[in-house]
Write a protein that binds this ligand. Sequence first.
Ligand code: ADP
Ligand code: MG
Length: 324
Amino acid sequence: ARLANQIAAGEVVERPASVVKELVENSIDAGATRIDIDIEKGGQRLIRIRDNGSGIPKDELTLALSRHATSKIASLDDLEAIFSLGFRGEALASVSSVSRLTLTSRTPEATEAWAAQAEGRDMEVKLNPAAHPVGTTVEVHDLFFNTPARRKFLKAEKTEFAHIDELVRRIALSRMDVALVLRHNGKTVRQYPPAQGEQFQQRLAAVCGNDFAGQCLYIDNQHQQLRLWGWLSEAPRNHPDLQYCYVNGRMMRDKLINHAVRDAYGAVLAEGQHGAFVLFVELPAAQVDVNVHPAKHEVRFHDARLVHDFIARALADALAQAAP
Ligand code: ADP
Ligand code: MG
């Protein structure tokens, strides 16, 4: 069992930041409104994610650690309309096969919490009573301790933490309503209070800086069942940073959207320059395929041309209106 999970881990768990992504997405799927992320030594020594979500009942803890166990999809039909971020049931099993992982959880109904740990070749799960408020904590110690080849590819502590920091920024933009705290080696590095409505601008400034938040254009556009909203910088930048894009709430690195943005800026974009944006694309789940890549960074739009042209047009209009 451990070996099969380690092979699966090769696809999903590239580095500490990928572990953080999977765990934080689980917390969001569980309805958490506050997520604390503690990192030690760039994530190699410890990744601890604590949430105040719905928790996992004692009798489901063992299942949660096994492969292809997901509580989020009941049938193949559900694959057509995925609202949760996770759905493959692989993350916990994969991560626990390449680390020393403890899953501690308590549901609102339960009077006590339980901690689960999978050990040995057979990944046999041991349960112990624990102290924990309602919600879940996942502790990942010694990532890749048993996969030296993977461990060798880890970069310096600073670099790995920078990847985690960037990931937390992406999540902080995608769920402005969720409070996030990120600590490294015991020091608070980021603290994003929960934001609603008007406060989105504050979260935007906290994540992207005042340079961007102070001068960007706000966009909200709809065409048929497509909606595009978010922020776009009027002036191009010399670095390809600050390019955040979400499709139905999932963070994406999407070529089609990047291309549409370049089209929208058009001639304004000189050689080596880039647009800066935080954009949210929303469309019916049945018009987009998210199951393209295990790490789920990519999507496939069923009508790619329609989406591309709508985004390019909406952004170009916004830029044209802003131009003096
Ligand atoms: P997936 O997210 O694809 O379902 P995972 O391996 O990431 O698979 O998680 C397995 C299951 O464990 C989830 O379906 C969910 O039921 C449960 N789970 C994991 N993390 C949490 C959490 N933070 N809060 C509540 N339940 C969780
Ligand atoms: Mg998951």
